[in-house]
Design a protein around this ligand. Structure first.
Ligand code: ZN
Length: 136
């Protein structure tokens, strides 16, 4: 598998992922709608220890998810690009697909929190759909 790298729109933040990605997903929860600007949040899943920030200092915002778990969202403080999300409840880091240098392989295998999806949100044909999150 080719090395996965990414960064933000303005180039201040660069990162690499040093292990194979574990999959790709889309989250429709209301907080992800804020984070994405309206649509679901498209992410690839990576082992937490596999993420290395190469350059820049991203900003972290912590909040409570709909599941009650604390979620931290990391973004570029200069250009605002969302970069990744993390929660101690989840086995993987959720890296925003749009921040990858090549997002083409980030086709979601599952959609979560579809009960919060807007009526005009699309889902990926063939993907598994979950009304709530993996941790309920
Ligand atoms: Zn930036």
């Amino acid at each position: 598998m080719p090395r996965v790298e990414g960064g933000c729109f303005c180039g201040a933040i660069r990162y690499r992922v040093t292990a194979p990605l574990a999959g790709a997903a889309a989250c429709h929860c209301r907080k992800c709608q804020y984070g994405s600007g309206g649509g679901p949040n498209y992410v690839v899943l990576a082992p937490r220890a596999a993420l290395e920030v190469i350059s820049g200092r991203p900003v972290v915002h912590a909040s409570l998810a709909d599941s009650g778990a604390e979620v931290s969202r990391t973004f570029c403080g200069a250009c605002g690009t969302p970069l990744w999300s993390d929660s101690p409840n989840l086995p993987f880091l959720a890296i925003r697909a749009g921040s990858l240098d090549d997002p083409s392989a980030a086709r979601p295998g599952l959609h979560i929190w579809t009960e919060a999806a807007q009526p005009w949100h699309a889902t990926t044909p063939g993907a598994a759909l979950f009304e709530r999150g993996p941790t309920g």
